[in-house]
Write a protein that binds this ligand. Structure first.
Ligand SMILES: Cc1cc2nc3c(=O)[nH]c(=O)nc-3n(C[C@H](O)[C@H](O)[C@H](O)COP(=O)(O)OP(=O)(O)OC[C@H]3O[C@@H](n4cnc5c(N)ncnc54)[C@H](O)[C@@H]3O)c2cc1C
Length: 389
């Protein structure tokens, strides 16, 4: 059996959440190990790759042209019957190259001093008598005084540590995603298609990557899902919207559109990113939240292990900051998702789209979409109060 290496902080999972945590913990001078089960991070890409410029700038801190594929300036909501509502007054988003983006954060963490072990699938996490944790794969063990779980949507190790990570079927989106090449792809506009035909309880999306290429995908509510359904619906959607296009690859995945895990810290273990269900429940976007959670958890973990024992109250500051800065926002997105699952049938979505058609697209942002929707459909207020109360 190989020797067990000991670290101040062990991070499990090298997606954006885990590698950001490793980067910030190592930057703060700690002895850090980042474990990843795959050989290469970010592959295969299971992501639309869309992220707001503001969120990327404030959480990642650097923007590199090598991983920016395109800049999106306009958004278009397509209603079930095909009505198009354009939103041009929202801030810009990037489509990033996740393969390069994820790999680069790992490299930055290594440069900051973190030890990186790939092909290391942690199977068990157990607490030792001295209060540290053994993270074991089939043939290796790494020991940490503090552990950060960033294992993505499966969140299996968090379950081993006593968190209830079981997702209700209504709180999971099953997704299919493809890279499509077609001359019909519009540049700089990101499309969201609603309606039960292609995405019951979710939406389909088209995110242009430039050079006639787009990430095209859809998510359906777990309650309406069955084996192979997301893939089948996506193929139909692509045939309809992009006839005679070329599909480069198609993958399936899942997004946890649930309430964030409470608590986020137990003993000396923190949970971050998709594993902690830190995802916008309306858009399904989790890159921005994962970067933020990784940075915050890594920074506080580094402070918490600076003495001879791990300071639990410092670890808890990660949860307090998350709650203050994004937790409440995520709670609202969860309530809104529940509202749409309850009332958002095709007729409802068409009615809302119809009432927004004459708005000036350049003055429309998401907040204005909500305020105008309520102003033009006062009957909605009563239903909203019932869901949010
Ligand atoms: C189809 C689809 C489209 C999406 N599109 C978007 C989008 O356009 N914009 C957006 O913001 N978000 C999007 N998301 C969500 C986004 O991809 C996630 O929120 C984000 O990747 C979460 O980062 P993470 O680091 O928490 O988890 P992940 O990126 O899932 O990383 C977890 C890592 O942990 C590793 N791991 C797991 N278990 C172990 C173990 N036991 N031992 C060692 N390593 C382990 C995995 O191999 C993986 O590398 C999409 C998701 C899907 C499925």
């Amino acid at each position: 059996m190989a020797e067990t290496h000991k670290y101040d902080i062990v991070i499990i999972g090298a997606g954006p959440a885990g590698s950001m945590a490793a980067l910030h913990a190592a930057k703060n001078g700690r002895n850090v190990c980042l474990l990843e089960r795959k050989n290469e991070v970010g592959i295969p890409v299971r992501c639309g790759e869309g992220v707001g410029v503001k969120s990327l700038t404030s959480h990642r801190g650097v923007i590199r042209q090598e991983w920016v594929k395109s800049i999106l300036k306009k958004y278009c909501m397509v209603s079930p019957s095909g009505l198009k509502v354009y939103i041009g007054g929202e801030s810009e988003s990037y489509i990033i190259d996740r393969e390069k983006f994820d790999a680069e954060i790992v490299q930055d963490a290594i440069k900051a001093g973190a030890i990186y072990r790939n092909n290391f699938a942690v199977e068990t996490l157990s607490r030792c008598t001295d209060g540290t944790y053994d993270c074991k794969s089939s043939d290796r063990t790494v020991n940490g005084r503090c552990v950060i779980l960033a294992e993505g949507v499966e969140s299996r190790l968090a379950r081993q540590c006593g968190w209830n990570t079981t997702l209700d079927m209504a709180d999971i989106e099953t997704c299919a995603f493809a890279r499509v090449v077609s001359p019909l792809i519009e540049k700089e506009v990101c499309f969201f298609y609603t309606g039960s035909r292609f995405s019951p309880g979710g939406y389909a999306w088209v995110f242009p990557r430039g050079a006639g290429e787009a990430n095209v995908g859809l998510g359906i509510c777990g309650k309406s899902s069955e084996s192979g359904k997301a893939k089948e619906l996506l193929e139909k959607f692509i045939d309809k919207e992009f006839p005679a296009s070329k599909t480069l690859h198609l993958h399936c995945g899942a997004v946890p559109v649930a309430r964030w895990l409470r608590p986020l810290v137990k003993e000396n273990v923190m949970v971050i990113g998709d594993a902690a269900r830190q995802v916008n429940c309306l858009s399904g976007g989790g890159i921005g939240y994962s970067l933020y959670a990784g940075k915050t958890a890594g920074t506080y973990a580094a402070q918490a292990v600076s003495g001879s024992s791990v300071n639990y109250s410092i670890l808890r500051r990660y949860e307090k900051e998350w709650k203050k800065n994004f937790g409440k926002q995520q709670d609202r997105s969860y309530s809104l998702k529940k509202f749409l699952l309850k009332y958002g049938n095709d007729q409802f979505l068409d009615r809302i789209a119809h009432s927004l058609l004459r708005e000036n697209p350049d003055k429309m942002n998401y907040l204005r979409v909500f305020t105008r929707t309520f102003a033009k459909n006062p009957w909605l207020l009563l239903k909203t109060v019932q869901v949010f109360k």
